[in-house]
Design a protein around this ligand. Structure first.
Ligand SMILES: [Ca+2]
Length: 303
């Protein structure tokens, strides 16, 4: 193996004259380009040293934000060892000192605590009526325009048959890539977006974690789920986190409903949003990602 390696390296070096000539021209070209870039770069440095300082801070902030993502990924792999999860959102403590003027903040949110809005349409384009009813119930609980779930369904589904007048005008006809895309829908103003976005996701397997979901999401799980029953789930898990989803029937009043919703619930998060915010001397860099417990990245956005 070692001899073969040496032979390969030797044959690479043993170029004929034409190849040597080509290599020389390429080298000269690269040197010329580098010189031009250096001159231009040096000129910029002289004319704007504050811009260089900002650039340097921005690079540093970007690297710190990325290290925040790596740290979070390591934390999330630990979750594989647990049978259930019951933390909806956590600010990870960062002990590392990144130097003067530099800091890092990390927030992790469990996406399974939210309603997956893409689930209202099956991958084959057919409407998932059960999920659409859940979305209607969620929005009703939040006092949102009752037509909005239908408008969103038309926005996502691949056909052009409007459920309401104009609801197929300028639509995406595809699944949402991120929750922010909802802002592109005319009926979703800032107030509505702020009201619904804490409870909505576009990631994950669509199963809601009954250990972490907030009241509006729990209410959406079944037409029979009242606010009182959803509160009972929250009270129950505060003293006894659900270690198995079948334990939902142990909550008083959920003996029958619990069985009906078993396929839609879980007790363990599998998809997480990680926001790492790095600051270096007032220059900010934010990286938002969504990853699962096997460190697979489903979404990545830098700003
Ligand atoms: Ca459509």
């Amino acid at each position: 193996m070692i001899m073969a390696g040496i032979r390969d390296r030797f044959s690479v070096c043993n170029l004929n004259l034409n190849q040597k000539g080509s290599a020389l021209i390429i080298t000269l070209l690269i040197v010329t380009i580098l010189v031009a870039l250096t001159v231009e770069f040096a000129y910029d440095v002289y004319i704007d040293t504050s811009a260089l300082s900002n650039w340097s801070n921005a690079q540093k902030a970007s690297l710190i934000a990325k290290s925040g993502q790596t740290l979070s990924a390591r934390y999330l792999t630990e979750i594989k060892n647990y049978s259930y999860t019951n933390i909806r959102a956590i600010e990870l403590p960062v002990e590392k000192d990144f130097g003067p003027g530099a800091e890092l903040m990390i927030r992790i949110e469990e996406e399974n605590s939210k309603f997956n809005i893409n689930s209202i349409i099956y991958p084959n384009g057919i409407t998932n009526e059960e999920a659409l009813s859940s979305l209607k119930k969620l929005f009703k609980h939040l006092n949102i325009n009752p037509d909005l779930p239908l408008i969103i369904a038309d926005w996502i589904d691949p056909d052009n048959e409007p459920r309401l007048a104009d609801s197929e005008d300028t639509v995406k006809n595809n699944f949402l890539w991120c929750v922010d895309e909802l802002k592109s829908i005319g009926s979703v103003d800032k107030e509505i977006f702020n009201a619904i976005s804490p409870f909505i996701t576009v990631h994950g397997n669509g199963q809601v974690n009954i250990n972490t979901a907030e009241l509006p999401v729990l209410v959406s799980l079944s037409p029979d789920m009242t606010e009182d029953l959803a509160k009972r789930i929250i009270d129950y898990r505060e003293s006894t986190p659900f270690e198995n989803k079948s334990h939902i029937v142990r909550v008083s009043g959920l003996e029958a409903i619990g069985i009906k919703i078993l396929s839609r619930i879980t007790v363990k998060g599998s998809s997480f949003k990680v926001v790492s915010l790095a600051k270096t001397n007032e220059i900010k860099r934010i990286i938002e990602s969504v990853m699962d417990t096997s460190m697979k990245i489903k979404f990545w956005r830098e700003g």
